[in-house]
Write a protein that binds this ligand. Structure first.
Ligand code: C2E
Ligand code: CA
Ligand code: CA
Length: 509
């Protein structure tokens, strides 16, 4: 603001001077018609005007410079000191350019934190972040750019952990860690943070021409730091077995959860825009863990797939759905079809169809109450096989839905050949249809295409009225989203079907 004002003032002053000079010139011309006097006066006036103008510009420039200086000072003061630290991306790109030059030398990625992560930090979070701020200052000083000894050291602060890349030998690494460790204790003592300080270091030794990507090395160093903390060891060097062990531990945890029957099934209703009634639902698994609480499938489905446990989980979900439907039937409640997710890996399993049919028979569930959702990825792997399996499933009267349409491998061409009953347009397309004309046009085109091909068009992740209005205009068939219902336990889902505002007559939804 100040700089704009001062610029305006100088502009007006210069303009005033020019007007004054101009009037004076006219007066001269009128009263002194002699040409020589006229030229001399004109030159004098011009020199004068330029002199004044230059003086004004000079002061203006200086005041501008002061403003900039003030701003920089102010920013320096306001910015949190952590921002002086490199951010993660800069860190990674700086490491790569550093290592390119010295590919054959020893190098290390060190991850460390000053406090135990699993302690209860809730009451001392401010003090912990203040401590990390002071330690950041210390690291900045330690690796200051004018220190030639440390020119190959780069640092960043990422997710509560300091990460350092060092090109040095093992002796130097050990003395560096010892130095940082003693300084963390010193800093904590001097500042009286009253926190339980306990630095742990995880170290990844980068070999010459290492094939691991930098972010993998950082992850390895962080994992070693975690293990150091767990085992109360100050320094832990990474080794490959740690990765296997970690994956093993996670798989074991999921496997135990299956045995202990900790998985539960939630239901999310789908609403048909033409009949203005709920027409089905999707079964979504959750892990009700005594240790972690209700865990989202996003956190464990991938791991279960990699560990070969997904079939167990999916069959558990499928059986639970059959049980729930059977129970509703017994109680004479309203029955709607339920769609169940299946993953790529089990789809080609030999007994897949038999397992499904047997379970349905066990609970006396007609095929009209069951739908299968498979993702595009599943069908992309082997189109011929997919077509054959889907056809076989449909011969039993079970509907097959393509999940997450639009992301991944699918294209409109192979959609035409796949014998699906319905296509679910992925949430990512729906997210922007209110604000973004392009997304709207894409979704409109998708709906038209799906319907022309004789399939039901379903939109996922619809959570507001504006989206509903647009999709209705595009003649979409069915909506699944938080707007109508979140995924809920079966008893709540039953209650929703028995009584809700969306299906009441006369209500415009
Ligand atoms: P999905 O099959 O695409 O399931 C839909 C997901 O979108 C669900 O997340 C649901 O809660 C969420 N969703 C629905 N409407 C809205 C909305 O309006 N707004 C927002 N923000 N989200 C909405 P959820 O339950 O976390 O499931 C995530 C994914 O986990 C599923 O995506 C599916 O790929 C997988 N999954 C869930 N249950 C199973 C299962 O039993 N077996 C297998 N193999 N995968 C499962
Ligand atoms: Ca799904
Ligand atoms: Ca989906």
């Amino acid at each position: 603001m100040r700089s704009l004002k001062s610029r305006l003032i100088s502009f007006y002053i210069a303009l005033g001077i020019f007007i004054a000079l101009f009037i004076t010139l006219i007066l001269f011309l009128t009263f002194l018609p002699n040409i020589q006097i006229w030229i001399t006066s004109l030159l004098t006036l011009l020199t004068l005007a330029f002199g004044i103008f230059a003086t004004i510009m000079f002061f203006n420039y200086n005041s501008q410079k002061n403003v900039n200086k003030d701003l920089i000072e102010e920013n320096k003061y306001n910015l949190h000191r952590e921002s002086v630290f490199y951010n993660y991306n800069t860190f990674v790109s700086k490491i790569s350019s550093n290592w390119e030059k010295v590919n054959s030398q020893d190098g290390y990625v060190i991850a460390f934190s000053c406090l135990r992560n699993n302690g209860s930090l809730n009451n001392s979070a401010d003090r912990a972040s203040e401590l990390n701020g002071v330690v950041s200052d210390y690291i900045c000083d330690l690796f200051a750019e004018n220190k030639p000894d440390y020119k190959d050291y780069i640092y960043c602060y990422n997710r509560g952990t300091f990460i350092i890349s060092a090109i040095c030998n093992e002796n130097r690494l050990n003395s560096l860690i010892a130095e940082i460790e003693s300084n963390i204790y010193r800093i904590a003592k001097e500042n009286d943070f009253r926190l339980y300080i306990q630095p742990y270091f995880g170290v990844y030794a980068r070999k010459a021409y290492d094939t691991r990507q930098i972010h993998e090395m950082i992850a390895c160093a962080s994992l070693s730091r975690e293990i150091a903390e767990r085992n109360f060891e100050t320094i832990v060097m990474f080794n490959n077995s740690m990765l296997e062990n970690k994956a093993k531990e996670e798989i074991e945890e999921i496997s135990n959860a299956i045995d202990r029957q900790e998985f539960v099934v939630y239901y999310q209703a789908k609403y048909c825009l033409t009949t203005k009634r709920f027409n089905s639902s999707e079964a979504l698994v959750r892990w009700n863990s005594p240790e972690h609480g209700l865990v989202s499938p996003m956190k464990f489905i991938d791991k279960a797939e990699n560990g070969g446990l997904i079939h167990k989980i999916d069959m558990f979900v499928f059986e639970q759905v059959c049980k729930d439907l059977n129970e509703s039937k017994r109680k004479g409640r309203r029955l709607l079809p339920v769609s169940v997710n299946f993953s790529l890996y089990e789809f080609y399993g030999q007994n897949f169809i038999d397992d499904i049919i047997n379970t349905m028979e066990k609970y006396n569930i007609p095929p009209s109450l069951i739908q299968l959702e498979i993702t595009e990825g599943t069908t992309g792997v082997n189109t011929f096989l997919s077509i054959a399996i889907i056809k076989k499933i449909r011969e039993y009267g079970i509907k097959v839905l393509m999940d997450d349409f639009g992301v991944g491998y699918s294209n409109f061409n192979n959609l035409k050949n796949m014998p699906f009953d319905a296509i679910k347009i992925d949430k990512s397309f729906i997210d922007n249809i209110v604000e973004d004309e392009k997304s709207r046009q894409i979704v409109k085109f998708m709906i038209e295409f799906i319907k022309e091909t004789g399939m039901e068009a379903i939109a996922e992740g619809v959570d507001n009225q504006n989206q509903v209005d647009i999709l209705k205009r595009f003649r979409l068939d069915t909506i699944q989203g938080f707007f109508y219902s979140r995924p809920i336990p079966y008893n709540e889902y039953e209650a929703l079907l028995a009584n809700n505002n969306f299906e009441k007559k006369g209500l415009k939804i």
